[in-house]
Design a protein around this ligand. Structure first.
Ligand code: CA
Length: 458
């Protein structure tokens, strides 16, 4: 789904790995149940009173972690009562590690992702929500400066307007990730925050459901995010992100406002590039004053001059030179604070624009470009590296380093240097790599074929 490597931490929640849920089907089997041995109490002095241990679940190591972590929780001000209620009966969630470990077999093309996320149904439901919550949204917008359409777009993207808040036990999913895996430290902090949340807000345990990642409520806050941004939107004196859309929307607006949303400014808009444009300068992380872009011949999609001004803007080509081009502004980066993926921010902005009747983009997506398999993405990186371009580690994630290496290769071939990986480019790379280094290229191709078959078979 994501075109770019995700950073592990976000303000609202970790990287969107929704597509990775597809990998749940190949979850590792659960560990065999541990055996509890009943030991007859020794007939000596009665033991000092200890808090009851949680029931043993399916993983001895996990249950030992739960017991050990209590010390950490106590040090953070969690009472034994809160702790024992929160962890009572929880067992590791076996699918999670697989979800985290597995990349999707096919990187979804951005237009397919947008087709799914900015669907006609979701836009129609957004209109219903704008009407149903008109007063609430007007109040939040006037206080925060964040447009109601952006807030409703987040709501739609995150949970389909509250319809899919996740049904994981918040404590089980965070404890599983705190116990093992690549996000332990992060998950431990979030687990402590979740415990604090339960203790401070006195939520019923049964209501504290989350996504697999531990994001909660209608707009999917991470527990730690709650303490920085959550706010009471409906004025009943409590913050309930699960059951009160007003609270969830006001809290999301609070996050956006605190993270620098610029009221009255655009998030992005489509632009038209001049002939013979050097596509290699398109880079999300390279900001120039809007007037610089205008001086380079960038125009609005309709072919008019860009608005005057020096707002910092980046040029974004989500599908390379053959697709739409966008000027991105500060507000786009604020959306990315919610979920650190440019494609996510694009979807949120598009959804918001569609609510106000925006027309589809002028430029068409290059829908004939097929998605690349993981083996092909790996081979992309291997080929670039073997040709002397530094594409970074072979991780199948075609991030900035790989894109920059690809731009250099494209330049060397006289192609449009947009850094967008295509099947045709891979063919060209394979050919050049095998000419330059026949044996290494054969081995890489054999590897790619081998893992491709294995992945498809799972
Ligand atoms: Ca409330």
């Amino acid at each position: 789904m994501q075109l770019f490597r995700q950073k592990p931490l976000n303000l609202a929640r970790p990287a969107a790995l929704g597509l990775l849920l597809l990998a749940v089907a190949c979850a590792k089997p659960a560990a065999p149940p541990s055996v509890q041995i009943a030991i007859a109490p020794a007939e000596v002095a009665p033991a000092p009173a200890l808090p009851p241990l949680p029931p043993m679940g399916g993983d001895t190591g996990f249950q030992a972690f739960i017991r050990d972590f209590e010390t950490t929780a106590m040090a953070a001000g969690i009472t034994p009562d809160t702790y024992n209620r929160a962890v009572a009966g929880i067992t590791p969630v076996p699918a999670i590690q697989t979800v985290i470990d597995n990349q999707p077999e096919f990187a979804k093309q951005v237009w397919s992702y947008l087709d799914g996320t900015v669907s006609a149904r979701r836009v129609a439901n957004a209109q219903l929500m704008l009407t149903r919550y008109a007063d609430v949204l007007a109040g939040i917008e006037s206080r925060s400066g964040v447009p109601k359409e952006i807030l409703v777009a987040i709501w739609g993207m995150e949970t389909d307007y509250g319809g899919s808040k996740g049904d994981y036990n918040l404590f089980a999913t965070l404890a599983t990730q705190a116990y093992e895996g690549p996000r332990q430290q992060y998950a431990r902090r979030e687990l402590l925050a979740a415990l604090k949340l339960m203790q401070q807000e006195n939520y019923p345990l049964s209501e504290m459901v989350s996504s697999w990642a531990g994001a909660i409520g209608q707009t999917q806050f991470m527990p730690s995010t709650f303490f920085k941004y959550a706010t009471d939107g409906d004025g009943d004196g409590k913050v309930d992100l699960w059951n009160s859309p007003a609270d969830a929307l006001a809290s999301t607006a609070s996050l956006f406002a605190q993270e620098g949303w610029q009221a009255g400014k655009p998030w992005a808009y489509e632009v038209k590039l001049p002939k013979d444009f050097d596509f290699s300068i398109a880079d999300l992380d390279d900001r120039k004053p809007l007037s610089d872009w205008a001086a380079m011949g960038v125009e609005t999609a309709a072919g008019a001059a860009l608005p005057a001004g020096d707002d910092p803007a980046s040029l974004y080509l989500p599908a390379g030179a053959r697709g739409p081009a966008f000027m991105l502004f500060t507000n786009f980066r604020v959306i990315m604070k919610y979920n650190n993926a440019a494609s996510y921010a694009l979807a949120v902005g598009m959804l918001a624009d569609r609510m106000t009747g925006a027309k589809p983009f002028v430029a068409k997506w290059p829908r004939d470009e097929r998605a690349l398999s993981r083996a092909e993405r790996n081979q992309f990186q291997n080929d670039l590296n073997s040709l002397g371009y530094d594409a970074g580690d072979t991780d199948g994630l075609l991030g900035r380093k790989t894109r920059n290496a690809l731009k250099l290769y494209q330049k060397s071939k006289g192609f449009a240097a947009d850094g967008f990986p295509t099947a045709a480019l891979l063919t060209s790379l394979n050919s050049d790599a095998s000419t330059a280094n026949p044996r290494a290229a054969d081995a890489a191709a054999a590897d790619a074929n081998g893992s491709g078959v294995g992945s498809a078979a799972r």
